[in-house]
Design a protein around this ligand. Structure first.
Ligand SMILES: C[S@@+](CC[C@H](N)C(=O)[O-])C[C@H]1O[C@@H](n2cnc3c(N)ncnc32)[C@H](O)[C@@H]1O
Length: 236
């Protein structure tokens, strides 16, 4: 069994190999995931997650799916906001390390184990780039959302400003793998994470892809100098 997500030449995996390698990698880093996350986001991830949940703008008790919930940070935030969340993730290790009191189930974002129109909202944190096919996942999100339901996806981004882009590269490609090696003993995984932003479509293509999956009011905003993006839309 492979214990690396990147190829020996540093190449990112694709297709079924990507699905397997990503699942294995998150199983591996799960026990240290939250701690490393706080450090590499300089503690800002809590505010980004709060804004993600806030952008759903749903009523109390709304059924919210946390897609690729990992250790359940967004699931907990959704519960605190008065929603009725459910989390789903492919990694048994991440689910095992999770501490949310809401139901968490194992499943693949490409074939969600939920009935059509069964949610009022879907949130997704730092996972878009980990899916094998974004169009398939957006279609699944559209299927499980009721008409008028809201989708909010938070993820990393590459700043458009060249100075900020250079600073971002120094932090994510230089410092983050070192932090990952020291705190999670897994430099490979924390080399993959910054590198994996390359999977994400350009901003316009990302917005177009969500619109093509049947979403209206699609918006993309950036935070932290453009190094984080929040994509939102309403199920038509
Ligand atoms: C960077 S973590 C983010 C976890 C959590 N959402 C957060 O905000 O901290 C990415 C998560 O996506 C999950 N994931 C990757 N591919 C998936 C898939 N095809 N279906 C469901 N979850 C997936 C991983 O197991 C991992 O928990």
């Amino acid at each position: 069994m492979s214990t690396r997500v990147l190829g020996t030449d540093g190449a990112l995996p694709e297709g079924p190999e990507k699905r397997r390698a990503v699942e294995e990698m998150f199983d591996r880093v799960a026990p240290d995931y939250d701690r490393v996350n706080r450090v590499i986001s300089l503690g800002r991830d809590r505010a980004w997650r709060a804004r993600t949940v806030e952008s759903l703008s749903l009523g109390p008790g709304a059924r919210v799916l946390d897609l690729a919930c990992g250790t359940g940070d967004l699931t907990r935030d959704a519960a605190h906001a008065g929603y009725a969340p459910v989390g789903v993730d492919i990694s048994a290790g991440m689910l095992h390390a999770a501490s949310a009191s809401a139901p968490l189930v194992r499943g693949d974002g490409a074939v969600l184990p939920f009935a059509s129109s069964s949610f009022d909202g879907v949130v997704c944190g730092f996972a878009l780039r980990n899916f094998v096919g974004l169009a398939i996942v957006f279609a699944e999100v559209g299927r499980v959302l009721r008409s008028g339901g809201r989708f909010a996806a938070l993820d990393a981004a590459v700043p458009s400003n060249p100075v900020l882009r250079a600073g971002n590269a120094v932090w994510f490609r230089g410092a983050v793998p070192v932090i990952g090696r020291l705190l999670a003993h897994d430099a490979d995984a924390y080399r993959y994470l910054p590198k994996s932003t390359a999977y994400l479509p350009e901003p316009l293509a990302l917005v177009t892809s969500l619109s093509a999956a049947g979403f209206t009011d699609v918006e993309r905003v950036t935070m932290m100098g453009g190094s984080v993006q929040l994509l939102t839309g309403t199920r038509a």
